[in-house]
Design a protein around this ligand. Structure first.
Ligand code: PGA
Length: 252
């Protein structure tokens, strides 16, 4: 049985007070209303890490993630936040390779490999994101594109840490656009990703790695997406900023 994970990606939203309010609401509703054993991960801005980790401590099904970490361990890197600093707040996950970081901050395979290394060294788990832009899908090259994103970064991933690896497939054309991949499109890509993982790590390991779908996930499309055999949960942006909507996605 693969783990099921619903991750909220708040991106650069919510000031300190608003973040506390949203996290408190989500944690309360999840505790009261969400059954099952899916893990709920809140990927919050750095300013919220410590407070949200404290709030989440009451519920072992809820974990906290950072949205990024430095490639460096410590030292003179003004404005950066290291994986060790993140881990010291109690956070357990780090998003690595979100398409917005790849695009706006020029993060390439070499950078992402180092961020994964840093995350693992700090005893946290990477949620590694991949996904193609629309131009690539229009050319029918999405499988090749995503395979190379995975091979570029994961070929040196240590086998001993595979139990911590989580993947997220987020087609860029579906992020924040309201245009979701159909369940069939998402399933086809997730199955392809699992084949790439099988080639990298072997069948047994690949079967255990959760692959989350992201890109305009809402309560109204979550049931169908999460019913697909290779979709093990979601990475939710916009819809995670409303506690009720996010909780309904968790219920799905
Ligand atoms: P979205 O974002 O749900 O708003 O499309 C998903 C993401 O970027 O993680």
């Amino acid at each position: 049985m693969r783990r099921r994970i619903i991750a909220a990606n708040w991106k650069m939203n919510k000031n300190y007070q608003q973040g506390l309010e949203l996290a408190s609401e989500v944690i309360q509703i999840v505790a009261d209303e969400v059954n099952g054993n899916a893990e709920v991960v809140l990927a919050v801005p750095f300013i919220h890490l410590q407070a949200v980790t404290r709030l989440a401590a009451s519920n072992s099904r809820i974990a906290v993630a950072a949205q990024n970490c430095s490639t460096e361990t410590e030292g003179a890197y003004t404005g950066e936040t290291s994986a060790g600093q993140i881990a010291s707040t109690g956070a357990r996950y780090v998003l690595v390779g979100h398409s917005e970081r790849r695009e706006y901050f020029n993060e390439d395979g070499v950078v992402l490999m180092r961020k994964i290394e840093q995350t693992l060294q700090a005893s946290m788990a990477p949620i590694f994101c991949c996904g193609e832009p629309l131009s690539i899908r229009d050319q029918g090259q999405e499988n090749k594109f995503v395979a190379s994103q995975l091979n570029d970064v994961l070929s040196t991933y240590p086998k001993a840490d595979l139990h911590r690896l989580v993947l997220a497939y987020e087609p860029i054309w579906a992020i924040g656009t309201g245009r979701t991949a159909t369940a069939a499109q998402a399933q086809a890509m997730h199955a392809h990703i699992r084949t790439v993982l099988t080639d990298l790590f072997g069948e047994n390991a690949a079967q255990l790695i959760p692959i989350l779908y992201g890109g305009s996930v809402k309560a109204s499309n979550a049931v169908e997406l999460f019913a697909q055999p290779d979709i093990d949960g979601g990475l939710v942006g916009g819809a995670s900023l409303q506690s009720r909507e996010f909780a309904n996605i968790c219920k799905a």
